[in-house]
Design a protein around this ligand. Sequence first.
Ligand code: LCS
Length: 393
Amino acid sequence: MNTLDKGFNTKLIHAGAFEDEFGSATVPIYQTSTFKFKNAQHGADCFSGKSDGYIYTRIGNPTIRAFERNIAELENGYDGIATSSGMGAVSSVYMALLGAGSHIVSSDAVYGPARGILEQDFSRFNVEASFVNTSNTENILKAIRPNTKVLYIETPANPTIDITDIKKCAEIAKKHGLLLVVDNTFSSPYLQKPLDLGADVVLHSITKFINGHADIVGGIIVTKEEKIYKQIRHSMVYLGCNMDPTQAFMALRGVKTLAIRMERSQENAMKVAEFLANHPKIAWIKYPGLTTHPQHELAKKQMKGFGAVMSFGLKGGYKAGEKLMNNVHLALLAVSLGGVETLIQHPASMTHAAVSKENKLAAGITDDLVRFSVGIEDVNDIIEDLKNGLNKI
Ligand code: LCS
């Protein structure tokens, strides 16, 4: 079915799907590593691009293509590239768009390994990186050098929940000849569409909201244009971080309920944030839906809702946070986010352990910061769980 002129909810269910000979209602799992050619000439034509048949699953596979087309339509992009993990998406983008002697400006608060791989690995290939608080776009302007190629932002940022103005970044990128890459993991295309706001590339850890059920790891990249799509697909195929067909099937199943999951989890998140904001043991809280969030107005303008992830600190600092994490029972003490289940974790010692203490502090990832991802359970139970945990402090 052609879903290009259909609404977002219809796209969630049908975009990318194709009809098979048996009339399967879902996209089947083509669990094969390789594809039989009709004859030697057909094989040669597939490799030279004269024929568009499938060759080998690392290069392409019908189940994976269905998922790639689905997310490309949700993000209003040219096409999608599915990867084995979110880090596979990040690495493929860096590999494709950076080279020896080039420079990237990145948000300082990004998922730990997305920063770690630049500092510890790409630096060995003479790729330079600057990390700045991109919520203030003046910082970006100051960091741009003659060899800057990419502006990379995460908004809302992991784990500080800082918001960066995508439209303003797109203007800066255009003016300075940079490519703007946006990690849209925390919003999902339901709440925010970076390509519509001027970004060149959008990527996700689909492990989070897109799949939403904490049962697979995966990633996706969507580009605005064909040229960059081809560059990044080349890097992904050569790096070998392709998605697997069963993973793509699971992701296609998960994404169908993205809108209703996101609606419920952000409705819960707002109530949880209000509860925490008024609790005497809470020192500070950052949730884009609260008027106290420094970029609340920008979030209102740029996003269709405020998402389901927040960070907060307790008056008793890390010790009190540790006590809370050890005394909640409904919320799972686990990394990851964006699933149907509520999760709590400590970024400084867990998801952002790859970042040096000094850089963590400069990026606002303080030792007392607790990250909370709200699921779709009954909100009263989530709040009760937090209340009991806080009472133990
Ligand atoms: N981008 C963001 C914003 C993320 O939060 C993550 C993972 C990634 C990329 C990488 O994706 P992955 O390879 O894990 O699919 N964030 C995690 C987190 O906060 N806790 O556990 C993983």
